[in-house]
Write a protein that binds this ligand. Sequence first.
Ligand SMILES: Nc1ncnc2c1ncn2[C@@H]1O[C@H](COP(=O)(O)OP(=O)(O)OP(=O)(O)O)[C@@H](O)[C@H]1O
Length: 234
Amino acid sequence: MIETESLVHRYGEAAAVDGVSLTIDDGEAVAVVGANGSGKTTLVRHFNALLEPDEGSVAVDGRDVTEHTVYARTSVGMVFQHPRDQFVSATVGADVAFGPENLGLDREAIDRRVADALAAVDMAGRGDERIDRLSGGEQARVAIAGVLAMDPDHLVMDEPLVGLDSAARESVLAQLDSLATDGTGLVVVTHDLRDLAERVDRIVGLADGRVVLDDDPASALDRLDSVGVRDPRC
Ligand SMILES: Nc1ncnc2c1ncn2[C@@H]1O[C@H](COP(=O)(O)OP(=O)(O)OP(=O)(O)O)[C@@H](O)[C@H]1O
C-alpha cells in the first residue's frame, strides 16, 4: 500500500505538489491525470523516494520511504516516460538483470527472474539482443521487464503510451492487462485516458498540485473538464 499524507513538494517557491493525501491499495489500478504541469510526475516520483517531500510524508506498507528507500524501490517499480533514459546496459538480458543483481540474489535466481520478466513482456529468448536495435515498442517492453524483474507490488508508469505506434501501444496495453491478472498494482500517469479508463479502478485528477478528482472511472469521466483532460468517450 502506498500512502501520502499532506505531501508538499516545491521547486523554489512554487509548490508543484501542494498537500496531497492519497492511499493506493495493493492490486489497485489508478490513473493519475491532469493538465501539463499539474504535478503528476512530481507526485509519483515520491512513491519510491526519487524525490523527498518538503512537507508531509510518503509510506509504503507503513514504512516511511525516506527511511526505507530500498524497501520502497523494491516494492514500487517505476517506468519512466522515456524508457531509453532508464537503460543501464547495452543488451536486453544484462539490463533486465541489473535490478535483481542489486538485490543480492544468486545467479540462478537472477537468471530465473530475467527469463520470467522477458517472458511476461513477450520477449523470451531475446536477452542477447542490443537494446539500441529494438523498436520503440520493444524498448518500452524491455523497460517494463526491467522493473518486473524486481517483482514489485506496484508498477508506476509515466505516460507509457506516448510516442508509440499502434502496434507498440497494443503491446504495452496487453502488458497492463497481464499485470492486472497477476495482481500487481498499477499507477499510470497520463494525459490521455483512451484505452486506459477501462483498465483502471480509479481516476485521480490533479490541478495545480492538488487532488481535485478521485473517483471510480464511470463517475470521474463526467468531470474530466475540471482537470483539463479530454473525455476518451468523445
Ligand atoms: N526539476 C524541476 N525544477 C523546477 N521546476 C520543475 C521541475 N520539475 C517540474 N517542475 C515544475 O513543477 C510543476 C509540476 O511539474 P510536473 O512535471 O510534476 O507536472 P506534470 O503534471 O507531470 O506535467 P506534464 O504533464 O507536462 O509532464 C510544473 O510547473 C513544472 O514546470
